[in-house]
Ligand binder design. Structure first.
Ligand code: C2E
Ligand code: CA
Ligand code: CA
Ligand code: CA
Length: 279
């Protein structure tokens, strides 16, 4: 397989041998990153759709291998499989909360922090307690934290533990967002069975809004449904003005995507003058 840089090689080489080498290499990178504190976070702002007012940041993990970024879509699934994800999640949460606390101490108003949480993390009996402790350590009101989960976390093993964890988080004031909404199987029953505060319309739907009338119907319908259930809607991956205009006409609540801002380094999010980000 042709490759310029090992990450692309990892993605495109479909041979068994390639996959094995790639997995082992990735595994080594992950272990090393954990041991040497090499995970970073990026912060992607999202805003109120109507006013464009800053509303908060989604926290996205970042990892470099010899100067080139390794895509989370590549290493998160492997980290889940290898049992690394809880340690990575803890590092991300710790860094995110420290960054938020620093912003507040600098007189800024960073708004909500939305953190992606994987299924294995939710299955840990102490997860909710650990989150509450971290929030307290960083002086963050629980209502300023949103946990983003995909619906695969809500099905399968240990549903009971997951449900009780989500209930504890809900009772403490932490928000719950269903990520990649619309791409799974039983989305609608989850809206009924869990305290869902937000759904995030997957960027695969947003992407084709201009060309695809059925995607428009679907997204329009999802947003109406969410509104009637009192659930807020975030559109992710919004890149063009046409996409934005459709979503606005459907009554979407929050906007996230390159059209608003790319994910920022913590420094940039800081230096961007987040007093701009108040209100
Ligand atoms: P996600 O949670 O759906 O996050 C949105 C992804 O879309 C991010 O990719 C973000 O950089 C990207 N994005 C944002 N705006 C746009 C846009 O306008 N256009 C396009 N094309 N993309 C946009 P990223 O950072 O590569 O993360 C990929 C996935 O990896 C995330 O998807 C999430 O499922 C997972 N992930 C990222 N960080 C974490 C983490 O800290 N913990 C866990 N468990 N998963 C994470
Ligand atoms: Ca997310
Ligand atoms: Ca998504
Ligand atoms: Ca995703």
């Amino acid at each position: 397989a042709k490759h310029n840089g090992r990450n692309q090689w990892c993605i495109f080489d479909q041979s068994v041998r390639g996959k094995l080498i790639c997995r082992n290499h990735l595994k080594a990178i992950l272990a090393d990153a954990l041991d040497n504190d090499r995970f970073q976070i990026a912060l992607q702002p999202f805003c109120k759709f109507e006013t464009g007012a800053h509303s908060g940041f989604e926290v996205l993990v970042r990892l470099d291998d010899e100067g080139s970024p390794v895509a989370p879509d590549l290493f998160i699934p492997l980290a889940e499989e290898l049992g690394f994800i809880s340690r990575i999640g803890r590092v991300v949460m710790q860094k995110a909360m420290a960054a938020r606390q620093a912003m507040v101490q600098a007189g800024l108003r960073p708004g909500k922090f939305a953190i992606n949480v994987s299924a294995p993390e939710l299955r840990e009996p102490c997860f909710a307690l650990e989150v509450q402790e971290l929030l307290a350590q960083h002086d963050i009101p629980p209502t300023e934290l949103v946990i983003e989960i995909t619906e695969t976390a809500l099905i399968g093993r240990s549903t009971q533990t997951v449900a009780s964890t989500l209930q504890q988080l809900h009772e403490s004031g932490v928000g719950l967002a269903l990520d990649d909404f619309g791409t799974g199987f039983s989305s609608l029953s989850h809206l009924r069975d869990f305290h869902v505060d937000k759904i995030k319309i997957d960027k695969s739907f947003v992407h084709d809004l201009e060309e695809d009338a059925s995607d428009r119907a679907l997204v329009d319908g999802l947003i109406s449904l969410a509104r009637r259930l009192g659930i807020e809607v975030v559109a992710e991956g919004v890149e063009t003005t046409a996409q934005r205009d459709y979503l606005r006409s459907f009554g979407c609540d929050y906007l996230q995507g390159f059209i608003h801002s790319r994910p920022l380094t913590v420094k940039a999010a800081d230096g961007q003058g987040c007093d701009d980000l108040s209100s």
